[in-house]
Design a protein around this ligand. Structure first.
Ligand SMILES: C[S@@+](CC[C@H](N)C(=O)[O-])C[C@H]1O[C@@H](n2cnc3c(N)ncnc32)[C@H](O)[C@@H]1O
Length: 254
């Protein structure tokens, strides 16, 4: 165990505490609590880590701390945030397609000193996007995502003061916004807003910045997302990396 990893981990290895930060009601079973405590004691006393340690994000890599979200998606975000800070990439952060803020809260936490733009109608899909989906036979889900409010989202944010709510139809809500970005999450499910979000954000992405696009490899539910990503990447000769998370995100970078 080198000195650096020991310092990083000792700050944040309180696993039960991390469970609470992610808003879980019942983060651990009794057995897991005992195991986590045992791991901590062994680490503190002998410097030995009993499960895999991901030094750059300062904690053990244990999937069960994310009961309420997608472990691979969130831990990839954390690793990417680490790269962005390590490489001193400037730029704010954004999510297009926020719904109840369950991924946005992780962005807000991973970038404590950056403005977080939250783009969403906060009333579900727009009729004109749905018509295009139906015409092209893209979406097959039927979920409308209207059950949310901006207040519900903001209550989940650790650094609420960093949040800028952009309520309404994207890309109209981006008009007049002059900013650059280091990280953007696009999670709008549909063809048109996915393409528009890439069209808007990629030119404004800093060198060394990343864009996550959710549902790229989701398969049957939101096929328009993949079409939009492939079209934009082909037109602009952008390589991409498929992530093995729950809904098959894809990552592009500059
Ligand atoms: C799957 S949900 C987002 C889930 C969220 N990112 C999460 O991980 O919890 C998709 C969201 O995209 C929003 N959306 C879709 N098209 C949009 C558009 N053109 N403008 C603004 N918001 C849009 C919907 O209102 C919905 O809340």
């Amino acid at each position: 165990m080198n000195k650096q990893s020991k310092n990083v981990t000792s700050d944040v290895t309180n696993i039960a505490q991390r469970g609470k930060v992610y808003g879980e009601k019942k983060p651990f079973t009794f057995k897991r609590k005992i195991a986590a405590r045992f791991n901590e004691i062994i680490f503190k006393k002998f410097g030995i880590v009993m499960c895999r340690l991901m030094v750059v994000i300062g904690r053990q890599r244990a999937g069960y701390i994310y009961n309420d979200s997608d472990y691979f998606r969130v831990s990839s975000l954390e690793l990417i945030a680490y790269e962005i800070y390590a490489n001193t990439v400037s730029g704010n952060v954004a999510e297009v397609g926020v719904f109840r803020g369950d991924f946005a809260k992780n962005i807000n936490k991973a970038f404590p000193d950056r403005k977080l733009y939250l783009f969403d109608t906060f009333e579900g899909f727009d009729e004109k996007d749905i018509q295009l989906e139906t015409k092209n036979n893209y979406s097959k889900d039927g979920h409308d995502f209207s059950g949310t409010t901006t207040e519900l989202v903001l209550r989940k944010m650790l650094h609420r003061e960093n949040c800028i709510v952009k309520k309404g139809y994207f890309p109209e809500t981006a008009e007049g916004l002059e900013d650059t970005f280091s990280f953007v999450s696009i999670d709008v499910d549909l063809y048109e807003p996915t393409y528009n979000a890439l069209y808007y954000f990629f030119p404004r992405l800093q060198h060394g910045g990343y864009i996550f696009i959710h549902d790229y490899n989701d398969g049957k539910r939101y096929t328009g997302v993949k079409e939009a990503v492939l079209k934009y990447c082909k037109e602009n000769k952008i390589p991409y990396f498929p992530l093995s998370d729950n809904c098959g995100s894809v990552i592009i970078m500059k």
